[in-house]
Ligand binder design. Structure first.
Ligand SMILES: NC(=O)C1=CN([C@@H]2O[C@H](COP(=O)(O)OP(=O)(O)OC[C@H]3O[C@@H](n4cnc5c(N)ncnc54)[C@H](OP(=O)(O)O)[C@@H]3O)[C@@H](O)[C@H]2O)[C@@H](O)CC1
Ligand SMILES: [K+]
Length: 517
């Protein structure tokens, strides 16, 4: 599990060490970690250090100091480095060290911004040390102008020649929210100190951060609760249930599915295919015979009927995908949601959620659907606001409903009603295609069915039992994202082909788990 801590908590963890006179040691550890990553990136890009050029954007605070000390180390390895001082103030010792190592400096104030931007765009590496955890709001003033100009001069990240490495975080992102309010220099890599910060995992902040490196600088974060967590492969693998010799189809977990309608039969077929590929004892399908017939073309093993939820014994339910204009499906959704069993609630069923439910009810809206879930509970928010601050609004929805809320997007946010937050960035933009969400709900449903009677699951991955369903949803997002990336190696993702990839990802995760034991 990758734990992210709020900027405030990281600073609180630093405080006793700084009081004990170790501030400089922390800074040198941070700078050394940053230097090491830059060195590795230069090597990977085949550029080496001698003759390479670096531009260090150094702000007024300790973030600028970290960047300058990393620049000092690069200078001693033969890199030609220029520091652009973005504020009147600068850390005197760090600047002194940088200059003594042979670095040149330019004050942004009074300089020609487009000249500086052109110089930065032509460098081998740009280190962004304008703002760190001391930032408030987006970049302002001339620093904002500089970043805008560098961005324009260097071009989009994929086409740039200069590598951009963010010091602690891309300057201008919300440390705890990932909210991007002004210009931000999208980084190829971010080297963050002490622990990941939530803003590096969430939404636009995660996009700007690029590849994340966490450098241990010796902070003790144990007393602080993580502000966000990301499941790693080993965590998802620990939630996969491998059948034993005494298992049978019922003991492995049965997933009831009330999805699809005459108008949208495909969603049910996609969800069922994904659930079977994730691994369940059985899928019981409830819905129109015409939809069952479509499901059976690909998955004849699904057991179908037209009866009510009460007559289809299951360990978990999946309701909603493609269930539109169908009163029977609406009734089944309501019955499943109030059954007390874990239930994944998607699309058309989101409007059937009563005032208050428990965390075993897993809502899987996209931003537009979340807007409606919130509006139904008196919370008005624009879709764009939800997309800009997905974690904030997912937590609001979890709090308002009592449900676990998985918010789909570039990063998948899972909020538990306890306030726990999981963020997964496993997906590929190729998964942004019709039917993708149906397969995600099928995966989460299958995991829920197999874990519904597994009392040790929360402990196995080190989460509080009340947050188990959030972790299960996050594991579903991980498997879905990895399956999408695997599928994208063949070309644009065709969602109906995804079950093959889901099965392969499950096999890979289980193999990694076996090797780790
Ligand atoms: N503590 C430690 O020992 C360690 C800390 N570490 C490092 O320190 C970093 C935190 O350093 P920090 O606290 O000095 O804050 P930091 O982010 O550099 O700058 C804040 C200054 O920027 C300004 N400013 C604010 N908002 C702005 C805006 N929107 N737009 C423009 N300017 C803005 C504002 O200055 P002002 O404008 O008020 O003059 C404010 O004072 C942390 O990220 C990590 O890298 C590591 O070395 C490990 C040890
Ligand atoms: K920075």
């Amino acid at each position: 599990m990758l734990n992210a801590f709020s900027g405030g908590d990281v600073r609180a963890a630093e405080a006793p060490l700084i009081d004990a006179g170790q501030g400089d040691t922390l800074m040198q550890r941070a700078a050394h970690g940053l230097f090491g990553v830059v060195l590795g990136l230069l090597r990977d890009a085949g550029r080496g250090t001698y003759g390479a050029t670096a531009v260090v954007l150094a702000g007024s605070g300790n973030n600028g100091a970290d960047a300058l000390y990393a620049g000092e180390r690069l200078l001693r390895r033969g890199v030609g480095a220029t520091a652009v001082l973005t504020s009147e103030r600068v850390h005197a010792d760090a600047l002194d060290a940088f200059v003594r190592a042979g670095g040149t400096t330019v004050r942004l104030d009074g300089a020609d911004v487009s000249d500086l931007a052109a110089h930065a765009a032509a460098a081998d590496v740009v280190i962004d040390g304008i703002l760190g955890t001391g930032a408030s709001g987006g970049l302002r003033g001339t620093a904002a102008d500089l970043v805008r100009a560098i961005d324009a001069a260097a071009g989009p990240r994929a086409a740039r020649s200069a590598l951009v490495v963010a010091c602690d975080l891309p300057s201008g992102i919300g440390v705890d929210t990932g909210l991007v309010q002004g210009p931000v220099l999208a980084a190829d890599a971010t080297v963050t100190f002490g622990a990941a910060k939530p803003g590096l995992l969430i939404g636009d902040g995660a996009v700007a951060a690029g590849q994340l490196h966490v450098v241990d600088i010796g902070l003790d974060l144990a007393p602080f609760p993580p502000a966000a967590r990301t499941l790693l492969d080993a965590d998802a693998a620990a939630l996969l249930r491998v059948p034993g010799a005494r298992d049978h189809k019922y003991s492995r977990g049965v997933l009831g599915v009330a999805a699809g309608s005459i108008r949208y039969p495909g969603a049910a077929a996609l969800a069922v295919g994904a659930a079977l590929a994730t691994g369940v004892g059985m899928v019981r399908y409830l819905g129109p015979p015409a939809v069952a017939a479509l499901i059976h073309q690909r998955n004849p093993e699904a057991v179908a009927s037209t009866g009510p939820v009460a007559e289809a014994r299951s360990q978990a339910w999946l309701v909603g995908p493609g269930a539109v204009d169908d009163d029977d499906q609406r009734t089944r959704a309501r019955d499943a949601i109030t059954s007390g069993l874990p239930v994944v609630v998607d699309a058309g069923a989101l409007t059937e959620v009563p005032e208050r439910v428990g965390p075993q009810v897993i809502l899987t809206p996209h931003a537009g659907e979340l807007r409606e879930v919130l509006a139904a509970r008196g919370v008005e928010a624009e879709r764009s606001a939800i997309e800009a601050e997905p974690a904030h609004f997912a937590l609001r929805a979890a709090e308002a409903t009592g449900a676990t809320v998985l918010l789909k997007g570039f990063t998948t946010i899972v909020a538990a009603p306890s306030g726990a937050l999981f963020v997964q960035a496993d997906a590929t933009p190729w998964l942004a295609t019709a039917g993708s969400g149906d397969t995600l709900s099928g995966i989460v449903g299958a995991l829920a069915a197999t874990l519904a009677e597994d009392d040790g699951a929360a402990e196995r991955i080190g989460v509080d039992p009340v947050d188990l369903w959030a972790a299960v949803a996050a594991a579903g997002a991980l498997i879905h994202g990895r399956a999408g990336r695997r599928a994208a190696r063949r070309g644009p993702v065709v969602v109906s082909d995804l079950p093959g990839d889901i099965g392969a990802v499950v096999a890979d995760l289980l193999e990694e788990r076996r090797l780790a034991m």
